[in-house]
Design a protein around this ligand. Structure first.
Ligand code: PLP
Length: 478
């Protein structure tokens, strides 16, 4: 760097050296993912205390920081980009998305307002249109890249609220199943729909929303003088992977004049595969759909997406202007991010999506998604056949949930034993599983969605589960 303290530019050689060092370390990192412990060591309170420091007054060298990041701090985490990550809803981490972020950050062009970077914004608009086509939404659909599914939900609730309630929001009621993701309730509250106006609809034996019960709740709220306005259903819940009856809910919403939001953060991208569309019939009829490219498109964390069937509703909810902003020379022909979303200055989220879609092409994503579902079915068949295991939620998409049971066992003991099973499998550090408490019962879950999870990792999962289940059952029945 220059000796002039006000000159913040690194020299050309320094920029190259830093870049090369980074890429070298990252490629080594990717190659090591297979061998990294699946859960990693996150017991790091003392490390975090030691990490606290006063604001740095003088700069330090780059490489030692890079070393400490990758050698000491990155490993203290769940290996959520590794092949053994079958916990929660796995994410991705496609390498070219990192390059896209680097490009976006270094060129640092302004993509909040179309006029400032029309060609770059067009790439983002293309990516949104591609998602729209794959989800089989019609041409008037408009979309928005967000930082994740939660923010997509939030914007969907705002659209529904504006359309159906206007300024009178206190009477509005939103419905979702007992299995609805908590980010939906949170989004409702952020959008001014308080928890006392959010209804939990019972589910059937496969954890899908009971549509008759939904209709009863809506009728009861209308009788009480409230204003039902939105039903949030799931194309794959996080707890058990349940797909709500989207067609029946869409019919009911049409009859009742309600907004139908579908949470496809986990499952929606499976709709890209024509042979899997029957898993989520009715998905394309939603008024709005949350997608999470950082799950089902295997991108790194930080990218969610929302599609809104009535694109004008998305725009009405977000449009704003100011005297200092440039006009729009091309009228309404082109997508303009700040008119369709809450942000003005922002990163360039479209580039990582666009670049990955161009580099791989849709067929590679379809192949990977279809393989993840096939692996989940295979794993579920093996787990269901293990002695002492009850398959509580067979896979609807690529996630299944189960628990232990043995002669004479009760719920509390089964819960403890199933939790112990998950813990013991995780201690082996070849795969990482997580659990969920559903209607008082602890379920172990396996979700196959990481693009790095292949047949051998599912094999390891089945082996570890079989051995540890036998071990746990031996102790409880002794
Ligand atoms: C992950 C997830 C969310 C939340 O999305 P974020 O991207 O984590 O904000 C919501 N619903 C479902 C079904 C999910 O899997």
């Amino acid at each position: 760097m220059s000796t002039d303290p006000a000159d913040l530019e690194f020299t050309a050689d320094e920029m190259r050296r830093m870049g090369h060092a980074t890429v070298e370390r990252l490629v080594d990192h990717v190659l090591s993912l297979e061998k990294q412990p699946a859960r990693g060591d996150v017991d790091a309170a003392n490390l975090c205390r030691r990490l606290r420091e006063l604001p740095p007054e003088r700069g330090v060298a780059y490489e030692p920081l890079l070393d400490r990041l990758l050698d000491e701090w990155v490993p203290r985490s769940f290996t959520s980009s590794g092949p053994g990550y079958l916990a929660y809803i796995p994410g991705g981490g496609l390498y070219p998305a990192g390059l896209a972020d680097l490009i976006a950050d270094v060129v640092n062009r302004y993509t909040g307002v179309r006029l400032a970077a029309p060609a770059l914004v067009q790439l983002e608009a293309n990516a949104l249109d591609w998602l729209r086509d794959w989800m089989e939404f019609h041409a008037e659909t408009r979309g928005l890249f967000t930082t994740g599914g939660s923010m997509a939900h939030f914007n969907a609730v705002v659209c529904a609220r504006e359309r159906h309630l206007g300024a009178d929001i206190r009477a509005g009621v939103l419905y979702g199943s007992t299995q609805m993701h908590h980010s939906m309730t949170k989004s409702a509250r952020l959008a001014g729909i308080m928890p006392d106006r959010v209804r939990a609809v019972p589910v059937d034996e496969r954890f899908r929303m009971d549509v008759d019960a939904l209709a009863d709740l809506i009728a009861a709220d209308r009788r009480a003088g409230l204003r039902p306005f939105c039903v949030a259903s799931a194309a794959g819940t996080t707890n058990t992977g349940a797909v709500d009856p989207l067609n029946a809910i869409a019919d009911l919403c049409a009859r009742e004049g309600l907004w139908h939001h579908v949470d496809g953060a986990y499952g929606a991208f499976f709709h890209m595969c024509p042979e899997l569309r029957d898993l989520m019939p009715g998905l394309s009829r939603a008024d709005s759909l949350t997608l999470d490219p950082h799950k089902g498109l295997f991108l790194p964390y930080g990218t969610g997406a929302l599609l809104v069937r009535d694109g004008a509703a998305l725009r009405r909810a977000h449009e704003a202007t100011a005297g200092y902003l440039p006009g729009r020379a091309d009228g309404d022909e082109f997508y303009d991010p700040h008119l369709y979303g809450p942000e003005l200055s922002r990163g360039f989220p479209g580039l990582r999506v666009w670049l990955c879609l161009k580099l791989y092409g849709a067929e590679r994503f379809r192949a990977a998604l279809a393989e993840k579902r096939a692996l989940a079915l295979e794993a579920a068949a093996r787990v269901a056949a293990m002695p002492g295991i009850v398959m509580a939620a067979p896979p609807q998409v690529s996630l299944f949930a189960f628990h232990l049971r043995w002669p004479g066992s009760g719920l509390a003991e089964e819960n403890r034993a199933t939790e112990l099973l998950v813990e013991r499998v995780n201690l082996r550090n070849r795969v990482m599983l997580s659990g969920a408490v559903v209607e008082g019962r602890f379920l172990a879950r396996v979700c196959v969605l990481s693009f790095r999870t292949r047949a051998r990792h599912v094999e390891a999962c089945a082996t570890d589960l079989a051995e540890e289940a036998a071990a746990v059952l031996a102790t409880v029945s002794a």
